[in-house]
Design a protein around this ligand. Sequence first.
Ligand code: CTP
Ligand code: CA
Length: 227
Amino acid sequence: DSVTSKADDLNKKKILITAGPTYERIDPVRFIGNFSSGKMGYAIAEECASRGAEVTLITGPVNLTATNKNIKTINVESAEEMFQESMNIFPQMDIAILSAAVADYKPSHSKDKKIKRKESEKITIDLTPNPDIAASLGKIKRSDQLLIGFALETNDEEANAIKKLEKKNFDYIVLNSLQDEGAGFGKDTNKVTIISRKGEKVAFGLKSKKEVAVDIINTVLFSNFHK
Ligand code: CTP
Ligand code: CA
């Protein structure tokens, strides 16, 4: 599992990467979001670009900037915007890697004026499901395209990840392990297990998100795992 990256082995491959959180507006100044930093997705984008791929990075709001000139960044805010951009671009891609932490729900009605505070009343925000970007891409995927998703599970990790892979028609799923304090949202490190559609599986140790990006690319494109 310690194959090092080669300079140009992704030459001209077209790769779509989703990254970061999505923000779902409640009113002009408030949103529902999550703590995703975007670091994993940006690390994958930089790794692919440095190996010669043409990367399109569709990213929610993060404090990061892509540096490689082979990365075209499309900034979005909501799941709905990420869905539209992803569906538009996917047919031109060879590979899509979906690392975004997409909000599962959005407010059913976003208000155009700021909600005012009232001391004496409780309020509720009604929520509507967002589109499932991964499953939608899975439905239109061609046999010459690869689709790679992520999963973060709190229980029955591998069984749930395999269910997700099947439901969304992924070729590979990257399971984020929550078993380690150094891994996950906002951290610089991650611990992952990569599972293929055929049930092949490889577990990696805790490492930097840059090293995890190398492991993901090498496993899904250059290992003897196959679709
Ligand atoms: N995903 C997506 N669009 C969504 C929700 C998830 O593209 N609306 C993608 C994520 O980017 C990830 C994979 O689907 O690659 C799994 O995301 P996850 O949140 O684990 O799966 P869900 O289907 O939302 O299931 P749940 O959150 O209930 O576990
Ligand atoms: Ca989810």
